[in-house]
Design a protein around this ligand. Sequence first.
Ligand code: NAD
Ligand code: APR
Length: 233
Amino acid sequence: MQRPTSIVVLTGAGISAESGVDTFRDKDGIWSKIDYRDVATPEGFARNPELVDDFYNQRRAGLADVAPNAAHVALARLERAFPGKFLIVTQNIDDLHERAGSLRLIHMHGELTKALCAHCGARHAWHGAMSRASRCPSCQEIGQLRPDVVWFGEMPYLMDEIDEALASCDLFVSIGTSGNVYPAAGFVEQARHAGARTIELNLEPSEGHDLFEQAIHGRATEIVPEFVEHILA
Ligand code: NAD
Ligand code: APR
C-alpha cells in the first residue's frame, strides 16, 4: 500500500469489545438488555433521569475494570508516525483511546467520564457522587447536570472539524462499528468523495461494508496491529 499522508480513523464499540466493554448491537449487546429510548434519548432522560444516571454510573464504574487493548495501542503508535496528520473520531464514550496514548481524538458521541451542565454548557469530570441533583461547579445551578453523552436525535460534537478532516484525508479507516448510526455511517462516502482510500476493519461486514474499497474481517486486537505494521512497513 502506498504510504498515506493524512489518516482519519473512525472507531466504534467493536474496538473496545476485547477490553471487556459491551457493544450495542451484537448478540447480548447493550440494546438487547435495555431499550435505547429509555437511556439514550432526551425524552428518556426527561422521563426518568435517575434511570439514566444509574445506566451511565454503572458503565462509568465499569471503566475501572477495563484497559486499552492491542488495537487501541496500535492506533496510538500509528499516530506517532503521522504527527499532525492523524485523527481518531470515536463513537465510543469510554476513555480507552486516551489511556492507550492517543492524542488527536474527537469523541463525537461525548464522554462517559464527563458531566455536562444543561444550563451553562460547562463540562466537568464526573465525580462518583454526582447526580442530576448535584450543583454545577461552574454556574452553581442545581438539577442541570447530565451525562456528557450525545443521545439519539441530538447532534454529535465537532462535526465541522470532522467534515474538514474527511475532506482532506487520503486514507479513511473504519474500525469496530456496525455502520448503523448516522452521521458516522456516512463518513466513508465523504472520504471517498475526497478521493481517499477507504478500508473497513471489523469482526464481520458492517451495514455499509460495500461502500468501502477494502475490508479486513477479524478481531480488532489481531487485525488492527497487523494493519498498522503494514502501513509502517
Ligand atoms: P439514528 O438514525 O442515527 O440511529 C438510530 C439507531 O437507533 C439505528 O441505527 C438503530 O440501530 C438504533 N435503533 C433503532 N431502534 C432500536 C432499538 N429498538 N434498539 C436499539 N437500537 C435501535 O438515530 P437518530 O435519532 O437519528 O440519531 C441521530 C443523532 O443521534 C446522530 O447525531 C447521532 O450521532 C446521535 N446518536 C447518539 C447516540 C449515542 O448513544 N451517543 C446513539 C445514536 C445516535
Ligand atoms: N473486533 C472487531 N469488531 C468487533 C469486535 C471485535 N472484537 N466485536 C464486535 N465487533 C463489531 C461488530 O461486528 C459490530 O459491527 O463491532 C461492531 C459494533 O457495532 P455496534 O454494537 O452497533 O456499536 P457501534 O457501531 O459503535 O454503535 C454506534 O450507536 O447506540 C449508538 O451511541 C451508540 O456510538 C454508538 C452508536
